[in-house]
Design a protein around this ligand. Sequence first.
Ligand code: PHE
Ligand code: NA
Length: 450
Amino acid sequence: MSERETWATRAGFILAAVGSAVGLGNIWQFPFKTAQFGGATFLVVYLVAAFGIGLPAILAEFVIGRKSNLNTIGAFEKLGYRNWRFVGVLGLVTGFWILSYYSVVGGWVLRYVGGSLTGAYFGDSAAYFSSIAAGPDAIALHAVFMALVVGIVAFGIEDGIEKATKFMVPSILVILVALAAWAFTLPGSGPGYGYFLSPDLSQLRLTVATTDGFPFVSFGGPLAEIIPFAVSQAFFSLSLGMGAMITYASYIDGDESLFGDGATIVVFNSLIGILAGLVVIPLLFAQGVEPGSGGAGALFISVAGAFASIPFGRVVGVVFFGVVLVAALSSAISLLEVVVAYAIDNYAVSRPQVAVGLGAVIFLLGLPSAWDTAWLTWFDNLAYQLFLPLSVLGILVFVGWVFGRPALEELLRGTSFGHGVGATWLWTVRSVVFLAVVVTLVLGLVTLFG
Ligand code: PHE
Ligand code: NA
């Protein structure tokens, strides 16, 4: 067997992982979910979830990946726990599942880049969205998006993914900063900042009440609803539970600090979500659009509608949707890489062959979502509320209790931290993080089947 690929540089790994993390979840979902859950209050809870729960969890995936240098299924076997391969399988299936409809949304984005150029959505932006979101058009664009993803992955780790994301991630950052500055100049955007950035802390209050004489603790506001959502959003946003971070970390060849890498990724991922909010929310306020209204098509309908009525709207539209496209692509390649890595680690097949073959299968799986947005919503709900938390739970239990001590040593390798730091991490994984995931899973199941 030929030698397994590695990242050329540490920065290459970090940028690729940031590229995976930063995607539709940040630019499309995050601003809208923040608006839906009341603005800044959600932002605060989300940031706590990203750093308090997402960071320890991403480190758990890094440890599995770097220690094993294998794909997300083979990793468990290599570490000596053959029976835990099912956790890897769960992650791989989740990634496969998510990519199928992620690519359909990627197709919409492609369409909106073109639509901004020609002004196609400048009339009735809601009608335009429903005319392109489902049906033959959506299928064709889903195919084009998938083809782009396959094209990059076929070139491999160093020449494909690392080269592409090295250019993609900095451009996303620079352009979002420019767009946020532009949104600031729009008349009427002012109140958007208060809405997005100043939390109503009374919503985060704990109260003790009694029912039939039994005391119970409850939250003063909608926190019980926000927490599980913020936790799932943090996982999705950090590309956890889909084998992506395990796979990317498996190409690390060196003793760098996984703490440093993980913290950098969480910071950039949060920063780009906030920047996207600073573009989208003021833009909506400037247009007098109620943020948080609208479902899957919200970004496309209301943001595109705003571009229609703004000077230089076409240019700004191309730039904005161009950034969304780049972000979606750099995430989608990490999802395809999970399955490609598994195939080339195990079978005598070439990378380009596998990329094309699996890309075709994922395209087929995405057909229902491209045909009818109700299917897309169903795929998304199942991923979000079931597959994702279940898969993360598997990883946490494995790292926290089964693998345990060697995980801690792997995490400390390449750092100057003492044992206490590693022990604290392991303790956090076993307690706070574990509990948060269990609660999220239970509440997700209640929403799905209750
Ligand atoms: N993290 C990506 C986003 O925020 C989505 C994603 C999930 C990408 C899982 C890869 C793996 O859009
Ligand atoms: Na993200």
